[in-house]
Design a protein around this ligand. Structure first.
Ligand code: ATP
Length: 427
């Protein structure tokens, strides 16, 4: 197993050794756990580490951070802490067991052994650990035969109540199954259907559902995840009025086909959250009121809510993108929108002209800036007033359409616009 640990990013080698010796000094035991161990077997890239401590996880992480001069954050109520350095992150938690007082409830937790900590986990493939203790450094602890299930491509729960205890595992099971092209074993698949029939997902708080939905839509190929969810559960677990139609699938397929190269080329423009494009397509058939309520109930972030609502609100107007447009019109429509909303319309309208219009905005118009400022107008003798804002807005449109490139050209146009705006309107 030591060889498996060598597959971790090099940075972690000495860090884990240090953590190991701190644990020994503190009388604790320390283990690498969960998805990281699974991914070591699957030869997948690993970034962050999850570490479980039989002992005081916060004290161990704090000492490690101080020795490494790393950033340290603790979360007392959860008994967890994070150590971050050079873009690498280690999450520490004290080993615990969980007790669910009713299906979907948040679990009551109490300190426990590593074995109990592994038993509270979702699937066998996520319930393995690797010892980081001096006496057996690198030893695999695989109580539930996770390695076997990895080899045979199986998603298997650890006990009969798993999906009812925590119904988000229904979505997690589908996510891991689709990500790795695995299958649920018969029993798990049966338990999953039972939990779905018992409407277990309705017992989960919207916030937790939201987190799982986002994780699904962040997967490399969301389409197959969505298809599987639609088939097994139906998308109306998100909202009773939701139902996917053929055009949604066409959209998802197209969204997946937008090359990462294309996306990357615009990354610097605005912060991009591609998952929101899929979610918007799923949600925008809801009435404006229902959509607003849903976004509120699921506690999506303000920025996310604004993007999704703006897509819904612009849907009708966006049809004009399918026609050749003056550049200033493209600018006026797209500039107030977020990059995600613009990409949404790029996917929504695969027509040649619509894409040319959007490309024109992203490659050229978004970079257009005025050379003159307010003080340039005052230097011309104009007294600052509320018209200034309008002058700049109009000037931008004129600049774009006429291709004005010099400051002098902008001054001349600005003066002209100012005069025309100040002229009293005939009755
Ligand atoms: P990913 O590759 O998507 O990050 P992961 O397996 O690392 O997957 P996390 O959500 O980061 O998943 O959780 C880390 C570990 O915590 C999981 O591997 C699993 O052991 C455990 N876990 C997470 N969520 C649950 C849950 N709902 N029920 C039980 N165990 C869970």
């Amino acid at each position: 197993m030591i060889n498996r640990l060598k597959k971790l990013p090099k940075f972690y080698g000495p860090v884990l050794k240090t953590a190991s010796s701190i644990a020994a000094g503190q009388g604790s035991s320390i283990y690498l756990v969960g998805g990281v161990v699974r991914d070591l077997f699957l030869n997948r890239d690993i970034f962050d580490l999850d570490i479980v401590v039989e002992g005081d996880a916060i004290a161990l992480a704090e000492e490690l951070a101080s020795r490494l001069k790393a950033e340290f954050k603790k979360h007392h109520c959860f008994g967890t802490a994070t150590v971050e350095l050079k873009g690498y992150k280690l999450d520490f938690a004290t080993s615990r067991k969980e007790y669910y007082s009713f299906p979907g409830a948040l679990p009551k937790v109490s300190p426990a052994s590593l074995g109990e900590d592994l038993f509270r986990r979702d699937f066998t493939i996520n319930a393995m650990a690797i010892s980081l203790n001096k006496k057996d450094y690198g030893r695999l602890i695989d109580i539930y035969n996770g390695v076997n299930d990895l080899k045979s491509g199986k998603i298997r729960v650890l006990h009969e109540n798993s999906f009812m205890d925590d119904p988000t595992r229904i979505l997690r099971a589908i996510r891991f199954e689709q990500r790795f092209s695995f299958m649920m074993d018969l029993k798990t698949s049966h338990l999953l259907r039972e939990a779905i029939n018992a409407k277990a997902l309705t017992l989960v708080s919207p916030h937790r559902l939201r987190d799982e939905i986002i994780l699904i839509l962040k997967e490399a190929q969301p389409l197959k995840h969505i298809k599987r969810i639609d088939k097994l559960i139906g998308i109306n677990f998100i909202h009773k009025d939701l139902k996917l139609k053929n055009d949604d699938y066409v959209f998802f397929k197209r969204a997946q086909g937008i090359s990462s190269g294309y996306l990357k080329s615009f990354k610097t423009l605005r912060k991009q959250q591609y998952w929101i494009i899929y979610l918007s397509k799923i949600l925008i058939r809801l009435s404006a009121k229902s959509l607003e309520n849903l976004l509120h109930d699921y506690a999506f972030r303000k920025g996310e809510r604004i993007i999704i609502l703006s897509i819904k609100a612009s849907l009708f107007k966006a049809r004009k993108l399918k026609k050749p447009l003056k550049k200033s019109l493209i600018y006026r429509f797209l500039n107030p929108l977020s990059f995600e909303a613009i990409l949404f319309f790029y996917v929504y309208y695969p027509d040649k002209i619509a894409r040319e219009n959007i490309d024109c905005f992203l490659k050229e118009l978004v970079k257009t800036n005025l050379r003159i400022r307010g003080r340039d107008l005052t230097r011309l003798g104009l007294v600052p007033n509320i018209l200034f804002g309008k002058v700049f807005e109009k000037l931008m449109h004129v600049k774009i359409d006429k291709g004005i490139s010099t400051k002098k050209g902008e001054m001349i146009e600005a003066l002209e616009i100012f005069r025309s705006l100040s002229r009293p309107k005939p009755d």
